[in-house]
Design a protein around this ligand. Structure first.
Ligand code: C5P
Length: 224
């Protein structure tokens, strides 16, 4: 089994991000770079991190008209990402076009409902159903559009895996049993998420802010 841990490199400085990635490279399966990193460091930053030699997950959460998202996917093709995120709320055509533009070796994964939105926030933007039902609806739409999978929480992954047997599920919000929760209120352990069917475990601060990131990554790996 290849290592499912993708380290979230949420560090403002490029040199610090590359140094951390180098340090833990033997104990994680890939590296996640977010919108903040991409806006700050662009293609150059991704190339520098890619030199570490691990698969790259570009968590850009693309959401625009189909033509624009497809063009953006083509523009990041040169970076050879293993995984890219888009918003399922962009609709079926946007998802289909994004997948078609991504190329064979890139998994395109949809964000359903952001965990920062509650039922009241959804009502305010005109969504009639609650966050849970909306997430399931968008997961089904992503599957129909031919995407590889979705981003979901460790609480949901088991139920979604039952509806989408061969889906590729990216799970953030994880905390080892003994770790500080930080701002992750409903954390799940990496092992529980894996048992629920997670394909990729996104882990940031429990590794990046540990006194010994290598020991932290190894300890998590040992629980899987
Ligand atoms: O440091 P931590 O392990 O909380 O990092 C989790 C990563 O996953 C961050 O990059 C964060 O933006 C992302 N994420 C999350 N919760 C979500 C969606 C994404 O923590 N619901």
């Amino acid at each position: 089994m290849s290592n499912p841990i993708y380290l979230a490199l949420d560090l403002p400085r490029l040199d610090a991000a590359v140094a951390l990635a180098q340090k833990v490279r033997g104990h994680v399966g890939g590296l996640k770079l977010g919108l903040e990193f991409f806006c700050a460091h662009g293609h150059h930053g991704v190339h520098e991190v890619a030199k570490v030699g691990l698969p790259i997950f570009l968590d850009l959460k693309l959401h625009d008209i189909p033509n624009t998202v497809a063009a953006a996917m083509q523009s990041i093709h040169v970076l050879q990402p293993a995984i890219v995120t888009i918003h399922a709320a962009g609709g079926r055509a946007m998802m289909e076009d994004a997948k078609a533009a991504a190329g064979e070796s890139c998994k395109v994964v949809a964000v359903t409902v952001l965990t920062s939105l509650d039922d009241g926030d959804l009502a305010a933007v005109g969504v009639g159903s609650n966050a849970h039902d909306q997430a399931l609806r968008l997961a089904d739409l992503a599957q129909e559009a031919g995407l590889d999978g979705i981003v979901c929480s460790g609480h949901e992954v088991g139920a979604i895996h039952k509806r989408w047997k061969n889906g590729f599920f990216v799970v953030p919000g994880l905390r080892p049993a003994d770790a500080a929760l930080g701002d992750q209120k409903r954390a799940v352990t990496p092992r529980a998420a894996r048992d629920g069917g997670a394909s990729v475990l996104v882990i940031g601060r429990p590794i990046s802010r540990a006194e010994d990131p290598v020991a932290a990554a190894r300890a998590i790996e040992a629980t899987l």
